[in-house]
Design a protein around this ligand. Structure first.
Ligand code: NAD
Length: 304
């Protein structure tokens, strides 16, 4: 069944997700602070709204894909926020915002008779475009069942991880903490090898079929880093994810030894290369440390 869906946040992830909802036959009423998103939305068949409130006046289900927990709170509870709309019944947060914000937002929405669903995603811009995202959902199970056809428009792997608000967001932070920490460790190891004279392409080939392999070795480095192609995720947002993961982990268990190291490395990269660079550019921290340059060398030992 197709329906009219609200959508706030048409950035690197939000725009391709909204396009897939439109392509599946849904009507999408959307808003973003960037006016330039309007033409792209309308070209895909979507309708522009004047504010989040205007969306929630017409849509029972509203999805958001926003950069930070603060942005999600502003869109939800601000003067022109979703809570002031007449129709809002289900709020779906696709952003990475962490469990603390999710719990606060769910409590605020419950007071207005609306339900909040965590639905953070993994798989990057390519996954959003191709509809292959992993979606980590928490909230009332019956709402998950109801929303499944919507999630299937952009997600190939749907996981229901719990009833409580924040469970989906915690699952997402655990994924991102692991993926960033593995990326840093991989950059460090490869830079050591290059310094010693090993060929980066040969190292990737060896590691991809050995016990040291990970997603950085199989996908991120050969497809993006070696070719200097941006993956479409900014360093400041990745830093936000690592910081939220450390914050959540420390609240639950005490000092996060590994997470803190990754957080420091991401901070260093923001200081030297700026917050808006692609997050894979953390490679520069390790290249500078080792005094080597191997990113952007797709032809090392033949084409990658
Ligand atoms: P982005 O910065 O490209 O997009 C965010 C969009 O939200 C922008 O268009 C911005 O104008 C809009 N926005 C910000 N504040 C707003 C407000 N108050 N009202 C309306 N619009 C507002 O970010 P992105 O890369 O698309 O990421 C979105 C979320 O998804 C983040 O939480 C991110 O951590 C998460 N995420 C990103 C990726 C990725 O690879 N890019 C992957 C998985 C999850």
């Amino acid at each position: 069944m197709t329906q009219t869906l609200g959508f706030v946040g048409l950035g690197q992830m939000g725009m391709p997700i909204a396009r897939r909802l439109l392509a599946a036959g849904h009507r999408v009423l959307a808003f973003d602070l960037r006016e330039e998103a309007r033409a792209l939305l309308e070209a895909a068949g979507g309708e522009w709204a004047a504010s989040p409130r205007a969306i929630a006046d017409r849509c029972a289900i509203v999805l958001v894909s926003l950069p930070t927990p603060q942005a999600v709170e502003a869109v939800t509870f601000g003067p022109e926020g979703l809570v002031h709309g007449w129709e809002l019944r289900v709020f779906v947060d696709l952003s990475t915002t962490g469990p603390a914000a999710a719990q606060k937002i769910a409590a605020g929405l419950a007071e207005r008779g609306a339900v909040a669903m965590d639905a953070p995603v993994s798989g990057g811009v390519a996954g959003a475009e191709q509809g292959t995202l992993a979606v980590m959902v928490s909230g009332p199970r019956e709402r998950f069942v109801e929303l499944r056809p919507v999630f299937e428009c952009f997600g190939a792997n749907l996981f229901y991880v719990g009833e409580r608000p924040g469970m989906g967001h915690l699952m997402k932070l655990i994924n991102n903490l692991l993926s960033t920490t593995a990326l840093a460790a991989t950059y460090e190891a490869l830079s050591v090898g290059v310094k010693a004279g090993l060929d980066p392409k040969t190292m990737l080939d060896v590691l991809a079929v050995s016990s040291g392999t990970n997603h950085a070795i199989e996908i991120k480095i050969p497809k993006y880093v070696m070719k200097n192609i941006p993956i479409g995720f900014s360093l400041d947002l990745s830093y936000k994810d690592v910081s939220l993961a450390v914050q959540a982990g420390e609240a639950l268990c005490g000092p996060m030894r590994m997470g803190r190291v990754t957080q420091q490395i991401w901070q260093e990269a923001m200081h030297t290369g700026g917050p808006k660079q692609d997050y894979l550019q953390v490679v520069k921290v390790f290249e500078d440390w080792a005094g080597v340059r191997w990113s952007g060398t797709p032809d090392a030992n033949g084409p990658v």
